[in-house]
Design a protein around this ligand. Sequence first.
Ligand SMILES: [Zn+2]
Length: 267
Amino acid sequence: MSITVRPMNTGFVPTNPFQYHYHFSCAPYLKDVPNEKIPLPVFTFLIEGAEKLVLVDTGMAWTERADKYHHPGSWQEEGQDIESQLKAAGYTPADVDIVLFTHLHWDHMFYLDKFINARFICHKREWEFANHPIPLYYKSYEHPALGVEAPFAGKDFETVEGETEILPGIRVFESFGHSPGHMSVEADTEEGSYICAGDSIFVMGNLNPIPELHYNISPPGRFYNIVESWKSIEYQKARAKDSSFLLLSHDKALLDRIRETPVLGKK
Ligand SMILES: [Zn+2]
């Protein structure tokens, strides 16, 4: 059996392109990008066909939690929560052996209690920062000061550093910048290696150069470290077979792609 990757959308978060998708310096050169909130999907990725069943992120919260504590207007439709998405693919959360977290922001890690048999793995730097964020990131990591309990609170996490093989054909590597310990997941399929890049590349437009500015990419608007973020985008652009092998958590175009091809990686 060969490895495949199944993108599953867990809801929508409205974001302003020049606050999140693109750095403000790009604005004069991106005339086609509207300066208004755009609802972006929140993808998780199920990796099937390896020695164990692997999930990349568990996705966002239910509507009330998302709308009240995070981005107003966010929503999770019936059937979009991770348990329903797994069910549609023929699984239950208890079937998942390993959850790899690209990072620990709120929209990537809800419903952990349902994964009773899974190992949870994230980067060491991410675990440390998520537990001790500066106030600017209290919402992202659901700090107790907000009166909520973060989804990762009290959970057992294993941490990794550097490039690490998780299983034959599945590895993680560092893609810092969006968050301190962001990592990407690479899965070897018959078609080539897919990279689940999480939020390290926020939208596909981040891959485009802006010659007028001497930019070889279009940097994102939301980051912890813009230098690391820039380098992670450059690096993954070069590492991927082509851009169709880069799977982003918030890529709108992926919604259309999975209508045609719900499972990626089969020749
Ligand atoms: Zn995100």
